[in-house]
Every structure is written in C-alpha cells, then in structure tokens.
Design a protein around this ligand. Structure first.
Ligand code: 5AD
Ligand code: SF4
Length: 452
C-alpha cells in the first residue's frame, strides 16, 4: 500500500487523486460529498476514472440484495486495477461496509479500509493511520455523532439543489429493514450546525435544500435553553436569505404530526410535496412489518393532507412479496395504489436481509411470484403517473431551473411537486424560479414553454 506522505501545510500529499463511487440513497450522496470535501480541503483532487486515482472509495448500500451484489462486483473491478497498481488504496464505506465489517477484508484481499457510515467524523484519523502505513483498518462503531462538514469553496459549483442531513439512524426496526443495524439509533444534529451548513450552501449558489433523515418527523434537539422539533427547524431554515425552496425526506406515516402538515400551509418556500412510504396495503402485512399504522390510518392521512394542501404531490415506497403475502394481501396493495393515485412510486421486491426479523419468517414468496406482482404494480403506477402528468398539459407551473438539459438549447428544472420539466431557454435562467406552461407530458418528464 502506498504511503500518504505529508507535504507542506496539508496533512496529506496534494498529488493524491481520489475517485468516489456512490451507490444507494440520498444519504449516501450526502456522505460522499462530505468525504470529497474533506479530501479536497486536504489537497486531494478528484479524477473521473478509477484508473487515474490512488484512493478509491466505494460508498455502498445494504438495503436489498441487488445493491449489495453491485457493490461486490464494482469492488472486484477495482481490485483488478490494484493488481496492476499496488500503490492504490481501496476503501469500502457506507451501509454494506458497516454490515459486513472485517469479513470484507478476508473476502477481498485488495481492500484496505472498511468504514461504516457513523465513522465518517473519524475519516481524518483513519487516513492518518494509512499515512503511517499501520495496516488495514475496519471502523464500524455505531455510537458516534454525525460530523459537521468543513466548507470547501467552489465544491458546489454548478449545483442549484443540495441536501443537508438533519438526523441519522432509525429507532423503528421495521421487520424487513437493515437500516437500524447499519446506521444506528436516531441522533439529531443541532439547529446551529444545520443552519450554518445551509448558510454555506446558499453562499455557494445553492437555491433549494432537501433536509435528509431516515425519519425526519422524529427530529428532536434539546439544548440547554430550548427544545426543537421538526416544524420549528423548518420555520427557522425557511427564513434564510436566498433560499428559494425547502424540501424534506423521508417521513414515517406513524409520526406525521398536524404541526408538520400545517407547516405546508404557512411556510411559503416549503414545496408542496411529501414522500410518505406505505410499504403495503394489507393490515396483516403492515403488522408483520411492524409499521405501526393500518391502511385506514394511512388513507386518513392522505385525505387530511389533500384537504389542507389541495395541490400537494404525494410519492411513496412499497414492496411486494413480503413473507406470507397472499394474492389477497397484494390486491389490497393494488387497491391502495388505485385509491391514492401517487404522483410517483418506488416499488421493490422484498429482499431478505440477514439479521432482521423478517428474514426468519415463514412463508417466503417465490421469486417469479414477486416479479410478476412487481410488474403488475408498476404497470398500474405507470398509467397513474402518465394520467397525472397529462392533466398538467396547458397548466402554468413554477420551475426552479437547475441547468442545461441533455438537448442543446434546452434547460431543465423541477416543479414544486418534483417533476422534471425541460424547456427552451438560454442559460440566464439557471438558479431562478420561472413560470412555464406545460405543453407535452411524458411518463418521466414534462416539456414546457417559458411564460415571458
Ligand atoms: N426488501 C425490499 N425493499 C426494502 N426496503 C427496505 N428494506 C427492504 C427489503 N428488505 C425498501 C422500503 C424502503 C426503501 C428505502 O427500500 O420500501 O422505504
Ligand atoms: Fe427502515 Fe423502517 Fe427505519 Fe425506514 S422507518 S429506515 S423502513 S426501519
């Protein structure tokens, strides 16, 4: 393994090149930004291909078997690069690193570092150890607080939207989910840290912030003099100068408070969009999943949201083929999807995660049944999404312009409901809100015309 030498004022050589591969969710994107900012601040430069890097970090996801396999196959490819370049350092970070720990070093002899998501605050120390050539490292403590990113001037250049993590971990232990085991117990960041991070993003040109947490409704900060819940935090952030839009994800239906619903009504720059995973439409399955609500509770919540905020976009997560899911249970999921008509839906096949309660349940569903249920569900949702998008034709919507689209001469942005809109314009509109008339709707995007 190559030594990371110390040059000048930096802890590490500024000749170092790094490459980060990010898999999984927005929290992983956020963590990769944390690592990249740290490396740039310490004299490293990013490269576009792993072959040109001397430090490769793979930020992994463990939520289903598929991303796990993807991580192994990417790691395999990186290991073969290392065979031709023994000075290369390879690290696996994120949820799979946490889950597998030292086992990974045995299975992949080319791997040097294994770092869990709660260990990012100790990344500097870990690199210093590598610098001293003191062997391979496995860092998988779960009791550490999320670190404060150190601002890195120009890092967010060309981005208009970005995330800020407000809390980490999950205390819910839904029976199928590995997240509580790999991201630890819930811990909220202080409002001061969150506001400082948001202010820095705004000073770097970011205009829309999405607050991240496994369960943002549980945000709670108890300081010496004050106590902050999630609605109070939203209020505070919404007032920051230059913030055009505020969003958050993910909410748990069992903790969606009236206060939070009211926030949509009185916070002007809070986008009318909520991501509210329902996971299953059958009460029997919801109970086995330990979700803490019934389909009736969920449908009531949707009614309440739509009564109070008529234009709210609602998106969700669902899975098919949970152990014991019968045709009738699946039909109840289909029925819920038909009733709610989500703006969009992320749907998955249940995947066994070792160590969870569901993994030990009887009644595992056959692969082909899961695939067929998923296809039926996705076909239904496609029809609903297209119908909802078509209903927008001829309507004027506000778009936050994010940058050039794939087509020359076109820009792309998103509506408050998070739908992609492409339209002809010069670059002067980037970073601004503009009104667009929707001319053509497709399944995954809308085409519009600027209202001058
Ligand atoms: N199998 C399939 N899907 C899962 N999810 C979480 N755990 C599993 C699992 N074991 C899905 C849920 C969650 C989303 C992020 O991933 O729908 O909301
Ligand atoms: Fe997993 Fe449930 Fe926590 Fe979401 S709320 S991260 S599904 S345990």
């Amino acid at each position: 393994m190559k030594k990371i030498s110390t040059l000048g004022t930096s802890n590490f050589s500024h000749f170092r090149h790094f490459y980060i591969k990010t898999m999984g969710c927005q929290m992983n994107d956020y963590d990769s930004d944390y690592l990249a900012q740290f490396l740039v601040n310490n004299g490293f430069s990013p490269v576009n291909t792993p072959e040109n890097a001397d430090l490769i970090l793979i930020n992994t996801c463990a939520v289903r078997a598929k991303p796990e396999q993807k991580a192994y196959s990417f790691l395999g490819r990186m290991s073969s690069i290392k065979k031709g370049n023994p000075d290369l350092t390879i690290g696996m970070v994120g949820c799979l690193a946490q889950l597998k720990g030292p086992e990974l070093l045995k299975r992949f002899p080319q791997l040097d570092l294994v770092i869990g998501p709660r260990e990012l605050g100790r990344f500097k120390k870990i690199l210093e150890k590598i610098d001293r050539n003191s062997g391979k490292i496995v860092a998988t403590r779960l009791d550490l607080a999320p670190p404060q990113p150190v601002p890195c001037k120009g890092y967010f250049h060309k981005r208009i939207t970005n995330h800020v993590s407000i809390m980490e971990g999950c205390n819910n232990f839904c029976s199928y989910c590995i997240v509580p085991y790999v991201r630890g117990r819930e811990i909220s960041r202080s409002p001061d840290e969150i506001v400082a991070e948001a202010k820095n993003l705004l000073s770097e040109g970011i205009r829309e912030i999405t607050l991240l947490g496994q369960n943002v409704n549980s945000y709670l900060w108890e300081g010496k003099k004050s106590k902050w819940g999630f609605p109070a935090l939203l209020n505070e952030l919404s007032r920051l100068n230059g913030l055009l839009r505020l969003r958050f994800t993910t909410s748990h239906p069992k903790d969606l408070s009236d206060d939070l619903i009211h926030s949509f009504c009185h916070i002007k720059n809070l986008c009318h969009h909520i991501h509210l995973p329902f996971q299953a439409g059958s009460n029997r399955i919801l109970k086995l999943m330990k979700r803490g609500y019934t389909r009736e509770n969920y449908l009531e919540l949707i009614d309440k949201l739509r009564k109070m905020i008529p234009d709210i976009a609602i998106t969700s997560d669902v899975m098919v083929g949970f152990p014991g899911e019968s045709d009738e249970d699946f039909e109840l999921t289909m029925d819920l999807v038909r009733r709610v008509e989500f703006d969009s839906l992320f749907s998955f096949k249940y995947s066994d995660r070792k160590g969870t309660v569901a993994e030990k349940m009887d009644g595992k569903i056959d692969k082909t049944v899961k695939s067929s249920r998923l296809n039926i569900l996705q076909d239904l949702q496609k029809k609903i999404t297209l119908k909802k998008n078509k209903a927008l034709e001829g309507i004027q919507l506000e778009v936050l312009v994010e940058g050039p689209s794939k087509r020359v001469g076109q820009l792309t942005g998103r509506t408050a409901s998070h739908k992609v809109v492409n339209f002809n314009s010069n670059n002067s509109r980037i970073g601004r809100l503009c009104t667009v008339t929707i001319k053509h709707s497709f399944l995954n995007s809308l085409r519009g015309e600027v209202v001058e």
